[in-house]
Design a protein around this ligand. Structure first.
Ligand code: FAD
Length: 406
């Protein structure tokens, strides 16, 4: 019997184990992961890792010695298959049954695979883990033609990485613009311009309808809803992620496009917590819950769940934030940029850096910064403080940002 079993050894799961020890937890901890490797960083998989050639160990979040030192037992290459909350039981795919005092579900999200004829062909990729990235990297040879289906963060990051490797890239986005779910129109348009200037063929309002095999049996073409056809050597499906909440659903936990948790990560079953991409969680400053896919959210939830298990006090919820890297641009977003009322631009979208501030009334709700780290840092702090700001000063680059605070 373990005091804590964590199912899922990614960013959130491994962080829970580390945070428990950092909080002085002395009980037994088991981290179960279905990937056959130590927990590793996922963000580089669509960025630098595709262009450079570091060995896979370079991405490890912690060395093996850390887990031994901290007495965190690891069971890697092992899938959690069934949870019985009433019996405090976790069954693994090989039939092993384990019991726990606290269970943490940290199973993340899997790739969303659109129902298109031909998605099962060789040469059609998804990108969630190291195995996916290794396959994709091998396909990114100079002169090859890649079609990316989906103009979200992962699709655009891969497009930039693929261009750096001399690959010819087309991005298909079904909506009228890029990043429609996660960024405002100014940032999306700026990124579109950068991609176009680097030779990426961006097609918005473009719906992929069918994938065809080439003469070698691998994917060779994509047909769009308007009847046009694009020849290609590889396709990346980058249309989002789905929470891996099957364990939780089968255990009868309340799920709603993810496992529903409170601010401590607690589910509706006593002793069962969930953290990371698999959860629908309360959001700072909002009356609703949502699913976030970000390192910040995974780490924040890990800290909160560790505090809950240790009976320690909780801090206020953090402002969510996220980053992306494409070409020489660093994009940083704090808060939720889409639901706020007014937006104010500081700097020029064609200049070296700019920020878009989103306000509800005179409260700052979100900031999107493109190569503008100071604006991001101060914006994030002000959002967290619930600061009131003067829109005209925010937008005036001749005035220090601080002067915008009322
Ligand atoms: P994961 O890190 O996905 O870990 C879940 C783990 O659980 C996986 O190892 C999975 O195999 C395992 N698992 C699933 N089911 C079981 C089971 N039944 N039994 C055992 N193990 C199981 N976020 C940012 O903030 N910035 C970025 O720039 C960024 N870039 C990204 C780029 C890519 C390509 C991807 C895929 C994600 C990116 N993210 C980024 C998102 C970020 O990586 C995730 O939010 C974060 O990894 C979530 O952590 P998690 O532990 O919930 O899930």
């Amino acid at each position: 019997r373990y005091d804590v079993i964590i199912a899922g050894a990614g960013h959130a799961g491994s962080a829970v184990a580390g945070e428990l020890r950092a909080a002085g937890f002395t009980g037994t901890i088991l981290l179960v992961g279905d990937e056959p490797r130590l927990p590793y960083q996922r963000p580089p998989l669509s960025k630098g890792w595709l262009t450079a050639s570091p060995d896979p160990e370079a991405l490890e979040l912690r060395p093996a010695a850390f887990y031994a030192q901290e007495r965190i037992d690891l069971l890697l290459g092992s899938r959690a298959e069934k949870v019985e909350p009433a019996a405090n039981l976790l069954r693994l795919a090989d039939g092993t049954e384990l019991t726990w005092r606290h269970l943490v579900l940290a199973t993340g999200a899997g790739p969303r695979v659109p129902r298109l004829p031909g998605v099962g062909l060789d040469g059609v990729h998804v990108l969630r883990d190291m195995d996916d990235a290794t396959l994709l990297k091998a396909a990114l040879e100079s002169g090859q033609r890649l079609v990316v289906i989906g103009g979200g963060w992962v699709g655009l990051e891969v497009a930039a990485s693929a261009r750096a490797r001399g690959v010819r890239v087309t991005v298909l986005e079904a909506r009228p613009r890029l990043l429609a779910r996660t960024a405002g129109p100014t940032v999306a348009a700026c990124l579109e311009r950068h991609h176009l200037s680097r030779g990426v063929d961006i097609r918005t309002g473009a719906q992929a309808e069918r994938l065809f095999a080439g003469p070698d049996g691998r994917v060779g073409a994509v047909r769009l809803a308007d009847g046009s056809c694009l020849d290609c050597d590889a396709v990346l499906l980058a249309v989002g992620a789905v929470p891996r909440d099957a364990l939780a659903r089968a255990a009868g936990l309340v799920c709603r496009d993810g496992v529903l948790v409170d601010a401590q990560g607690a589910t509706d079953a006593p002793g069962v917590y969930a953290v990371g991409d698999v959860t629908v969680r309360p959001l700072a400053g909002e009356s609703f819950s949502g699913r976030l896919e970000s390192i910040q959210s995974a780490h924040e939830q890990a800290r909160r769940t560790a505090a809950a298990i240790c009976g320690r006090p909780q801090r206020p919820l953090e402002t969510p934030w996220f980053w992306s890297e494409q070409y020489e641009l660093r994009i940083q977003i704090a808060g939720l940029p889409l639901e706020a009322g007014t937006s104010v631009l500081r700097g020029e979208p064609d200049g070296p850096g700019f920020a878009v501030f989103h306000l509800r009334g005179d409260r700052l709700r979100a900031v999107e910064a493109v190569s503008a780290p100071r604006e991001f840092a101060l914006g994030r702090k002000l959002i967290g403080e619930g600061a009131r700001v003067l829109a005209s000063a925010l937008g005036d680059q001749t005035r220090p940002l601080r002067e915008a605070v009322l």
